[in-house]
Ligand binder design. Structure first.
Ligand code: DOR
Length: 428
């Protein structure tokens, strides 16, 4: 049984309860026992209590990442459940949702059970697998969604690959309604993307790299919104990167269509310019776009069109990222920079701190129907203590993740998670 803990004098922000005050949190038996303001009557001290002084620091519910790649089974040279969940905790996350593009693909309950068991045995945080929509992520035949749901999957996605067949997507949205879980769409029209490797525009022409037009994403966002309207199934759009996608999702929400959306820190922090010099660490799918898109994504976060900030943590091995740009795999190792990059949105006035933390805690938890992202009494004690004044330089060599592939190397960020607590267990 974990020790009882008193977190003292932290600035607590918990959007799930509309809490924003300086106070204490008492943890007993791995659960939140009480959250109280500093002005409340002092509690009698229990001698066995471990006290953490959070004076001058912020305390948030543990972050929930609804889009993670843990790579196990099959790609343990890129990441493992152990290293990925440790990187999560290092970044302030206490729950992560691994995408199914492993080997074998998580398209059946045996793989789901393996991931859950391995996470319980070796993981450092809660792990909620996302099952594949189609067998082998081949886009041809619906996978065993019901059995995977029973085994513990909280959503379905063929992430990494789009579901090109509209009828398969329709069936997935219809079928998922039985379990009230979202279908997460990686929106990419493959014929239109046509093997491109970066955003299509002047820069791709200058670099001599094949471009992916914004429309390759937007065509699929539009299709899936229409299918959500047709079926009433819950659609969640993954990694929104373009102005046009934001506009389509905004209109869909205005019309009451059941759609939610996420973006990732790289889509509101940097542009395609990061690719200059053929930097494979800036190769990601969907690709980094233009300043106009970055601003639209920020606007979408601000007005609520984009509900969630997820990492799309996509670790790759250094040898793979050392390949020439065309051949290197897409992806950014994101768990250890997500909070610092996202806090910039507060610094720039795009979001209030409460809005930001909501998009990284209770909002994704609600979309996935998981009991996380809150400091409510009785819930598991999952939280992060953040030193907002502490500046740090991104140094991939110091990442806990095996994936050192970041385009943010050397960037100065503020907001360092100093303590993460998972189910009452302290990680420093
Ligand atoms: O850049 C990406 N990497 N985008 C995806 O959709 C998949 C991911 C991966 O698995 O590496």
């Amino acid at each position: 049984m974990s020790k009882d803990i008193l977190i003292k004098d932290g600035h607590i922000v918990d959007p799930s309860q509309d809490i924003d005050y300086v106070g204490d949190i008492l943890i007993a038996d791995g659960k939140i026992k009480e959250t109280r303001t500093q002005n409340s009557k002092p509690r009698a001290q229990n001698s066995g209590l471990e006290t953490i002084d959070a004076g001058g620091m912020f305390v948030f519910p543990g972050l929930v990442d609804m889009h993670t790649h843990l790579r196990e089974p099959g790609f343990e040279h890129k990441e493992t459940i152990r290293t990925g969940t440790l990187a999560a905790v290092h970044g302030g996350f206490t729950s992560v949702c691994p995408m199914p593009n492993t080997s074998p693909v998580n398209d059946n309950p045996t793989v789901t059970a393996f991931i859950i068991k391995k996470s319980l045995d070796e993981g450092f945080c809660h792990v909620y697998p996302i099952g594949a929509i189609t067998k082998g992520q081949r886009g041809e035949e619906i996978a065993e969604m019901g059995l995977m749901y029973e085994a513990g999957c909280v959503a379905f996605s063929d992430d990494g690959r789009p579901v090109m067949s509209s009828i398969i997507m329709r069936r997935a949205l219809e079928y998922s309604k039985r379990f009230n879980v979202p279908v997460i769409s990686h929106c990419e029209d493959l014929p239109l993307a046509d093997g491109g490797v970066m955003n299509e525009g002047g820069l791709s022409a200058m670099l001599g790299l094949k471009g992916i037009p914004s429309a390759a994403e937007e065509v699929m966002v539009a299709r899936d919104i229409l299918l959500a309207e047709l079926t009433g199934g819950r659609l969640h759009i993954a990694h929104v990167s373009t102005q046009g996608s934001v506009r389509l999702i905004r209109q869909a929400k205005e019309r009451g269509i059941p759609v939610t959306a996420e973006t990732c820190p790289h889509y509101f922090s940097i542009t395609e310019d990061a690719v200059k010099g053929y930097n494979t660490n800036a190769k990601v799918n969907p690709p980094l776009r233009t300043q106009r898109d970055v601003e639209a994504v920020r606007e979408g976060l601000k007005d609520g069109t984009i509900d969630v900030i997820a990492t799309d943590h996509a670790p790759h091995h250094l040898d793979e990222k050392l390949l020439e740009f065309d051949k290197a795999p897409s992806g950014i190792s994101g768990l250890e920079t997500a909070l610092g990059l996202s806090l910039n949105l507060v610094g720039s006035g795009t979001l209030s701190l409460k809005q930001l933390i909501g998009k990284m805690t209770i909002v994704p938890a609600r979309i996935l129907n998981v009991d996380r992202g809150t400091l409510k009494p009785g819930s598991d004690a999952d939280l992060v203590i953040v030193d907002m004044g502490k500046e740090f330089r991104v140094d991939a060599k110091r990442f806990v993740s095996l994936g050192r592939n970041t385009p943010f190397e050397g960037m100065s960020l503020k907001g360092m998670p100093v303590v993460t607590i998972v189910k009452g267990k302290i990680h420093r």
